[in-house]
Design a protein around this ligand. Structure first.
Ligand SMILES: Nc1nc2c(c(=O)[nH]1)N[C@H]1C(S)=C(S)[C@@H](COP(=O)(O)O)O[C@H]1N2
Ligand SMILES: [Mo]
Length: 539
């Protein structure tokens, strides 16, 4: 921070300047708070409405307030209690931040400390909200940084104005006396106050409108009761999960599921307004609404989804229980015409993916128009209300979130978003394996040490996993159960570790006999290759 501190406090002997300005300093404090709120709200547009700190603070106040206080509020204000809370919070915040302005003027950096403490409380409020992620702390932090910069900036102008109206005293305390004189300094301060407030209010209000719209979609999502599946998945067998601390869970929770998309702002789609159009090289163009989709027989399918950008050893992969309707039955209704070989899916925000038509129409491939993920409606960032999930294909050619359009076309005539950007038009997921434990670079005690992780080749399946310590011969790891070829499998090798530094590496063999190749390949243009290896020190 490059704010120059011109301390308004002089030794008592120099005396205070005659013009009291606490009112203006308090205004500077309040305006800094307005800047805090505007910046935080704007940041929440990017991070998601869960990071909007004022709402989180309000909710935290409601949660923390003793029952008696709540009853009093409801008793006094009835259903207007939320509005009353807002007014009460605003009054408290104006008083506190006004005092912070005065404090900063008399005892810098006390006012900034007040903002810092307030910012920390706001971060705590945001992070203790249900379903919040660490990114949700960003708006409160950004807002606090803005306030801590704005406050001394405003007070510096106020200080110069005060000096300019106090001849003699000014010269004694400031090396370079203000030049333009009182009217100029006064205008400089008032302009800064006015501009800061105006920008903060306009930006903040605009951002609030956007965030409120998204919060509404969150409420709509909460109100959805997904129908029972017509085809239910077998429960995940206990034998799919190895008892090894630190191994990746077999089913990835929605909170932990990786997220990749080009959306700066997560699309907000009201399911009542959603529809999917299937058109192009088809005999019958069809349009399906959300209610119509939910009325069709839904199927559950556990499938592993991964990103083509995943590095060897990377974590852009997860397994979830998807609930949806098979895309093939809708395509059968549309009746693709001869010559069609691709379905170009488009999302509400313009992303596209080109998926081979024969994969989508294949009886043996559970390609879904998914509405549910792990028993819940799709989370907004994972495609609410409807996305595609196609076992065996990387996300960029198949897993369109917020999908609204399927055009039956030809690879010769159309391409998905990533194809002209250097990625292959076809994106089958490769055979891969990953070491989860021991984490690379860690130390373990000599003795039996489980080396464990996951291996996958969605829609083909994994037949074997082998582990190699240093340059010793490869040994078979023990494979856990897997639900189907569409899901990954956990593996473990119990290693008799001897002291020293060791390299452990893994390779898998697919159910089709393919053995994972050693040569390292970067993710572009069709997925990373190579053996994952970890350096381990044994004590
Ligand atoms: N609308 C939209 N859908 C998209 C993308 C996107 O950028 N926009 N990215 C795709 C990619 S590259 C991947 S790997 C998967 C990731 O899905 P997830 O975020 O639910 O894990 O979504 C796919 N669907
Ligand atoms: Mo991806």
């Amino acid at each position: 921070m490059s704010v120059r501190l011109e301390t308004p406090v002089e030794p008592a002997s120099a005396g205070m300047p005659p013009r009291a300005s606490s009112g203006w300093a308090a205004l500077a404090g309040v305006v800094s708070f307005v800047a805090w709120a505007g910046a935080a709200e704007a940041a929440a547009v990017v991070t998601g409405p869960g990071g909007s700190p004022l709402l989180a603070v309000g909710s935290a106040v409601i949660d923390l307030a003793p029952a008696a206080a709540k009853d009093t509020m409801v008793g006094l204000f009835g259903t207007g209690d939320k509005v009353a809370l807002g007014v009460l919070m605003a009054v408290v915040l104006v008083i506190v931040t006004g005092l912070a302005g005065v404090a900063e003027q008399h005892r810098p950096p006390l006012g900034r400390v007040v903002f810092g403490v307030g910012g920390a409380l706001a971060v705590a409020a945001v992070l203790t909200r249900a379903g919040s992620g660490s990114l949700d702390a960003a708006p409160a932090v950004i807002g606090t940084v803005v306030a801590v910069v704005v406050l001394p900036g405003l007070l510096r102008r106020l200080w110069r104005w005060r000096l300019s109206t106090t001849p003699g005293w000014a010269a004694a305390t400031e090396p370079t006396p203000p030049l333009g004189g009182a009217p100029v300094e006064r205008r400089s301060f008032l302009t800064a106050i006015g501009l800061t407030s105006a920008v903060a209010v306009v930006v903040g209000a605009g951002a609030r409108v956007i965030n409120a719209g998204r919060a509404d979609v969150a409420a709509l999502r909460d109100g959805i009761a997904l129908p029972e599946a017509a085809v239910t998945a077998e429960p995940v067998p206990a034998g799919a999960s190895l008892d090894v601390p630190g191994i990746t869970p077999y089913v990835t929770s929605n909170e932990d599921f990786y997220r990749i998309d080009t959306a700066l702002r997560v699309p907000s789609i009201d399911p009542a307004e959603w529809s999917l159009r299937i058109h192009g090289l088809v005999e019958n163009e069809i349009v399906v609404s959300f209610d119509e989709l939910l009325a069709l027989p839904l199927e559950e399918h556990l499938a592993t989804l991964s990103c083509v950008s995943n590095e060897v050893g990377g974590d852009l992969i997860g397994t979830a229980l998807w609930l949806g309707h098979p895309i093939r039955t809708l395509l059968a209704r549309a009746v693709p015409t001869a010559g069609a070989d691709m379905v170009l899916s488009t999302s509400e925000d313009g992303f596209t993916a080109g998926t081979p038509l024969d994969v989508l129409t294949d009886e043996g491939t559970d390609a879904l128009l998914a509405v549910g993920m792990n028993g819940q409606p799709l989370p907004q960032e994972h495609g609410f209300p409807v996305r595609m999930v196609v076992p065996g294909l990387f996300g960029y050619v198949s897993a369109t979130k917020w999908v609204v359009d399927l055009e039956v076309t030809r690879f010769a005539d159309a391409e998905g978003y990533w194809t002209p950007r250097g990625w292959d038009a076809l994106g089958p997921v490769k055979l891969e394996s990953r070491v989860d434990v021991p984490a690379s670079g860690t130390s373990v005690d000599a003795g039996t040490v489980p080396i464990a992780g996951v291996a996958w080749h969605p829609h083909t399946g994994v037949a074997r996993v082998e582990v190699q310590i240093d340059e010793e011969p490869w040994v078979d790891a023990q494979l856990a159960d897997s639900v189907s070829a569409d899901t990954w499998v956990q593996w473990v090798h119990r290693w008799e570790a001897t002291s020293g530094r060791h390299t452990v590496r893994v390779r898998a063999t697919g159910a089709d006999g393919e053995v994972q190749r050693e040569a390292r390949m970067a993710p572009a243009p069709n997925g990373a290759e190579g053996w994952d290896e970890h350096q381990v020190t044994v004590r």
